[in-house]
Design a protein around this ligand. Sequence first.
Ligand code: MN
Length: 436
Amino acid sequence: MTPSKRTSSRTSDHETGRRAPLAEYQRKRDFDRTREPSGSGARQRRQGGLRFVIQKHAASSLHYDLRLELDGVMRSWAVPKGPSLDPSVKRLAMQVEDHPVEYNTFEGTIPRGEYGGGTVMLWDRGTYSPDEARKGEAAASAVRRGLAAGKLSFSLHGERLHGSFALVRTERGEKPKWLLIKHRDEQAADGAEITDEVLTSIASGRTMEEIAASNDRVWRSNRDGGEGGEEAVDEPPPGPASQQAVMIPPMLPKPVRSLPDAGEWTYEPWRGGDRVLAYVTSETALLMSDRATDITQRYRAVADELISLAGRIGRPFVLDGEVAAAPDGGDTKNKASRKPRGDPKRAGQSIFYASDLLLEGDQVLMDSPWSDRQAALKTLFRRRRLDKIAVQETASADAMLRRAARNGWPGIIARRADARYEPGTRSDALLRIAVV
Ligand code: MN
């Protein structure tokens, strides 16, 4: 793909090492601002300086991901039929979770049949501005206001799309539904389906077929044998150190008293340790607590082994998990009466139990259902000799509850198989069931 100007910031992300992600992110934003033209046009440019991108995504079903920059992330909508220039056409736009700004430059493919499978094309990019900013109001504030109210009028200044559009929310709830509608203006065109006419990447000029056939930015999970992940074809650039610049607020468990009675779920331990998001590259690891505190130094040995793992895999990644004492480690939260279990050599050591995989290489997995992320997580760890990192085990609810009682854990965690990762959300798809 054509290297974007923004990729140049990756180097500096890399250099900054373990700076707290939020600070890193802030630094980057300032950096971006300094590149904006100064002088008389500056104010106007800044007003229109929010980025947008549309990625054509041939996943299990073809759709177009509309992403609008706001507050340091890309607010995202999956639009099955893509944008239309015909004002009489209303296009369903399903709001999905925010994406890191760094994802804006991603174009590539993951072989079908593997998690997140499909081809991603950069279909359009540029900036956008709200149409209804109040006098003196910042663009971001007007966008925030529009989205909160469920109606945002905005103008795209893209390489392909121009003019005014509306996003109108028609359904609230866990997965809000919106309509994407072209306003009648000079760029409107009755009956025109630009998605039928424009079939190539704005970044590389390639068709979906060409992107799919090309080996750049391809990743094979190779889950059917061999060392998972190491069969990467033409490794994507080691950019996603930049992904660590993005703070991902953890998805929060909902405390409940009973097991879910419907749906497909997995069950895992809740050991009562520290909830940790680990941002890992082959050079650095940053362990952030669920209170957004950098606790890397507290678990230095874990961090070092994570770095070594990223080095062996050749890709950065972001894991969600729990750091807790290995069995028999004298975890003070555990009941003293529990029976000795586990590897005596590990006893007392802090172990990072990885329970979720959020980003890997250039892939944002948070979109994918938990069952796919779990498969990817297992692939990542397959046949690795690891001392201080483990994949969180899962078992049936009954077996897990018995183990919890035996080990003195405070409870168990249940994850709904079809659920996406919802950053910062206390979700019905992630339950924490206390052992009574
Ligand atoms: Mn998508």
